[in-house]
Design a protein around this ligand. Structure first.
Ligand code: NAP
Length: 260
C-alpha cells in the first residue's frame, strides 16, 4: 500500500526497535518526516536507516512516562521540524517471564512502571500534541495497544489493565477531538515477532507451538503487519475512521481456535 504523507510531520514513540522502528520506516517511505522518539539512544540507528533509504528523520530522546520529559521532547520536535500532524503512541513495556505474578503477589514498582509507560505515556503524549492539532483543525493519532487490552491474561495484571485503559482512552479522545478534524484510533497487535518476543516465545519450539495453536493463521505477526495497519489509519484513505481499534492478531481473538 502506498499513501501520500508528503509534507507531514510524524512522531513515533519507542521507535528504536521492534514495531516502532517498522512504523517509522514505513511512514518515511510514504513521504513523512519522522521524529523518532525513544528512551534508548538506539533511536539514532532508526534515523540512520531512514536517511540511508532517502527519508528525513531526527532523533528526540525522552521518557514517555515522565510528563516533563514528554513536554520537552514535544517542544524540541516542534521547534526543529514544525507542527506535528501524526502521533503514534507506540512505546510500551511488559514484565519479562520472571515478573509474572498473580495480583496478590504483584509488586508496587512493577505495577507503577508499567502503568506509567503504557497508560500515562499515552496520555502525556496525546495531551501535548493534540492541543496544536485541535487549533490547526487537523491531525491523526494512533495508539498501539494489545489484544491483551481486549482479552485479559493471567499473571500480567498491570499490562492487561494499562492496555485496556489506553484503548478506552483512545475512544474517549476520539469523541472529544472529532469535531476539530482530528482522528484517534488504536491498533491491537497479537503476537508479533521482534527481538524481544523471539527470546520470550519463539526460541523454544514447544512454547512457540503452544502459543501459535491459538492463532488461526498459525504464525506470529511481522512488525510490518502492524506498520501497514498504522499506515492505513493515518492516511487520508481512512478519513472517516475514528474511535476504532483495529485488531491485527492473525485471528487470535476471533474465538476458540481449538476444540477441547
Ligand atoms: P520493543 O521491541 O520493546 O520496543 C519498544 C521500544 O520502546 C524500545 O525501544 C524501548 O526502549 C522503548 N521504550 C521503553 N520505555 C520507553 C519510555 N518510557 N519512553 C520511550 N520509549 C520507551 O517492543 P515492541 O514489541 O516493538 O512493542 C511496541 C508496542 O507494541 C508496545 O506498546 C507493546 O506493548 C505493543 N505490543 C507488542 C506486541 C508484540 O508481540 N511485540 C504485542 C502486542 C502489543 P528499551 O528497549 O530501551 O526499553
Amino acid at each position: 500500500m502506498k499513501v501520500d504523507l508528503q509534507g507531514r510531520i510524524a512522531v513515533v514513540t519507542g521507535a528504536a526497535g521492534g514495531i516502532g522502528r517498522a512504523i517509522a520506516l514505513l511512514l518515511s517511505e510514504n513521504g513523512a518526516t519522522v521524529a523518532v522518539n525513544d528512551v534508548s539512544d538506539r533511536g539514532v540507528e532508526t534515523c540512520r536507516e531512514i536517511e540511508k533509504r532517502g527519508g528525513v528523520a531526527k532523533f528526540f530522546p525522552g521518557d514517555v512516562g515522565n510528563a516533563e520529559s514528554v513536554n520537552a521532547m514535544a517542544a524540541a520536535v516542534e521547534q526543529d521540524l514544525g507542527p506535528v500532524d501524526i502521533l503514534i503512541n507506540n512505546a510500551g513495556i511488559n514484565t519479562g517471564k520472571d515478573g509474572r505474578h498473580p495480583v496478590h503477589e504483584f509488586g508496587d514498582a512493577a505495577w507503577r512502571r508499567i502503568l506509567s509507560i503504557d497508560l500515562d505515556g499515552v496520555f502525556f503524549c496525546s495531551r501535548v500534541f493534540s492541543g496544536g492539532m485541535v487549533k490547526r483543525g487537523r491531525g491523526v493519532i494512533v495508539n498501539i495497544g494489545s489484544v491483551l487490552g481486549l482479552v485479559p491474561i493471567r499473571l500480567q495484571c498491570a499490562y492487561s489493565a494499562a492496555k485496556a485503559g489506553m484503548l478506552n482512552f483512545t475512544r474517549s479522545h476520539a469523541l472529544e477531538v472529532g469535531g476539530y478534524g482530528v482522528r484517534v484510533n488504536g491498533v491491537a497487535p497479537g503476537s508479533i515477532l521482534t527481538e524481544g518476543t523471539k527470546d520470550l516465545f519463539y526460541k523454544d519450539k514447544q512454547l512457540s507451538e503452544s502459543l501459535l495453536s491459538h492463532v488461526p493463521l498459525a504464525r506470529p505477526g511481522d512488525t510490518k503487519d502492524i506498520a501497514n495497519a498504522v499506515l492505513f489509519l493515518v492516511s487520508d484513505e481512512a478519513s472517516y475512521v475514528t474511535g476504532h481499534v483495529l485488531v491485527v492478531d492473525g485471528g487470535w481473538t476471533a474465538g476458540f481456535a481449538r476444540e477441547w
